[in-house]
Design a protein around this ligand. Structure first.
Ligand SMILES: [Zn+2]
Ligand SMILES: [Zn+2]
Ligand SMILES: [Zn+2]
Ligand SMILES: [Zn+2]
Length: 493
């Protein structure tokens, strides 16, 4: 097990484990503590959001401050300083990339193809910029997990002629060439490691007003859509609002772009995470492009960091399908084991809204002391705690039969069902339709903040909601009993 300290202060170390590289705590981490704070390797704007997303910092640009690229008309900047930075940085929007964008737009390709080609162009720009910084970034990009599959080879083969044509237009075919194998490798790295960044509400509204057919919808994997990703999951932290940021009227999550981070991509998946990812693209802070991860609860030394690549409210079948089909592994996490043991009337079904109202069944006790104790237990168990996930609603093929999930030898077994329910109630955002993950605002705080909508919830509010959900549950059970007794023939007894 080789350990490599990757964060200042020795908070984290990389270990090689059965499922690949993974990050572990090397000391006690307090709930609410920021354990990763990292600058991106690459930021990519979704082509359909190019007129409202700054190409340098991914900020949602207001019409008043918007500066359009007057050469390609395929990019915009949120400020003169971002314009200067973008035009002066080879992998942002320097002259060759600007010309490439212009040529790409003229090809009339689908937004998905454009997004993938833009990514490849940025990767090529990194590779050939020839500065120590670009070399560092390209090496980090290549060291991300992901070996190309047939699917990426096919995409690479299909996109290569377009790439060649664009590079020929720049007179750069010679110096910028990449083999099909390298293209497939780069596509796979992007697919497995990029984060989808949700559009702001204004962007969604503007897109709807323009009647743009947006294909940058979360969850479909690849390109600038979210759902690629060892570290995937989309996130946006735009502050509380009625509609979840990035969500269109149809309830689908819109993406403004995607981002690649080296260290964050080492955080593996579990369906009950212990860290939550926060981003700040629209904030006024100086490091607005940094991604941060906060611990949901205390993590003892030697704890593997875990985030959820899928929204926390997804059913077992949906999560299993997504992990297998998009990320290429079978999830055998403790939550999946627990839920696979449930039979249909015990709880889990394939209803997405399950965790909205059906937050508990047989297991929750009703007296306050038990609730408080259970809530405490949920915070203390140093296992999972939920991260970001909210990739939005997604069509996943349902399986008829409940999959049976067992732990591989030497790994953790199933969870207590009560713990699982309380965990989700506590760490999944209570705002309707949000399903973000909530983490303490700072170490020692009991105020939890959602990583998608930014809402906060105090311990008191949590306990109130817990009580309400139990009452709902009781009422449901009562109704069910009444229904049974009215339909049952009286002569039975
Ligand atoms: Zn900007
Ligand atoms: Zn341009
Ligand atoms: Zn799982
Ligand atoms: Zn939320």
């Amino acid at each position: 097990m080789d350990a490599l300290t990757v964060s200042p202060g020795g908070v984290l170390e990389v270990r090689n484990v059965r499922k690949g590289r993974s990050l572990y705590t090397s000391r006690l981490v307090k709930g609410g503590e920021i354990i990763i704070d990292e600058a991106p390797l690459l930021l990519l704007v979704a082509p359909e959001m190019a007129q409202s997303t700054c190409i340098a910092c991914l900020r949602a640009v207001r019409p008043k401050e918007r500066i359009e690229c007057s050469v390609c008309f395929q990019a915009c900047f949120c400020s003169p300083s971002c314009q200067l930075v973008a035009q002066g940085t080879p992998w942002l929007h320097s002259v060759p990339l600007c010309s490439a964008y212009k040529q790409l737009a003229a090809l009339g390709l689908s937004t998905d193809d454009q997004a993938q080609l833009r990514y490849l162009l940025h990767a090529l720009a990194l590779r050939h910029a020839g500065t120590p910084e670009s070399e560092r970034r390209f090496a980090a990009l290549c060291s991300l997990v992901g070996e190309p599959t047939e699917a990426e080879h096919a995409v690479a083969g299909r996109l290569a002629p377009y790439l060649k044509a664009i590079l020929a237009g720049l007179n750069a075919v010679e110096s910028f060439s990449l083999s099909g194998e390298e293209l497939a490798m780069l596509l796979r790295k992007e697919q497995l490691n990029s984060y989808g960044v949700l559009a702001s509400q204004q962007q969604v509204a503007a897109a709807a007003a323009l009647q743009i057919g947006i294909s940058g919808v979360c969850g479909s994997g690849g390109g600038t859509t979210c759902g690629g990703g060892v570290s995937a999951g989309c996130s946006s932290n735009n502050g509380g609002a009625e509609m979840t940021p990035g969500e269109g009227e149809d309830g689908e999550r819109r993406l403004r772009g995607s981002a690649l981070y080296a260290q964050a991509s080492l955080v593996n998946h579990e369906c009950l995470p212990n860290v939550a990812r926060f981003d700040f693209f629209d904030s006024s802070r100086s490091n607005s492009t940094h991604v941060t991860f906060r611990a949901l609860h205390d993590l003892p030394p030697g704890t593997e960091l875990a985030q959820s690549y899928v929204p926390l409210h997804w059913s077992l079948a949906e999560r299993q399908a997504q992990c297998r089909d998009v990320y290429g592994f079978d999830c055998t996490c403790p939550r999946c084991q627990t839920e696979s043991q449930w039979n249909d009337d015990e709880g889990e079904d394939d209803d997405e809204s399950e965790w909205e109202t059906d937050t508990s069944d047989e297991d929750l006790e009703t007296d306050d002391a038990a609730v408080a104790a259970a809530g405490e237990a949920a915070t203390e168990q140093s296992r999972d705690a939920g991260d970001p996930g909210p990739c939005g609603d997604q069509e996943v093929e349902m399986q008829d039969a409940q999959p049976i999930v067992r732990a591989p030898p030497g790994e953790e077994g199933p969870l207590e069902p009560t713990y699982l329910r309380l965990f989700l109630l506590k760490y999944m955002c209570a705002a309707p339709g949000c399903f973000g993950t909530a983490a303490p605002v700072k170490p020692g705080s009991t105020l939890l903040e959602c990583n998608v909508c930014g809402r906060t919830r105090s311990e008191r509010e949590f306990l109130r909601e817990l009580e309400r959900s139990q009452q709902q549950q009781l009422q449901l059970q009562l109704q069910l009993q009444q229904k049974k007794s009215t339909t049952r023939p009286r002569s039975v007894r």
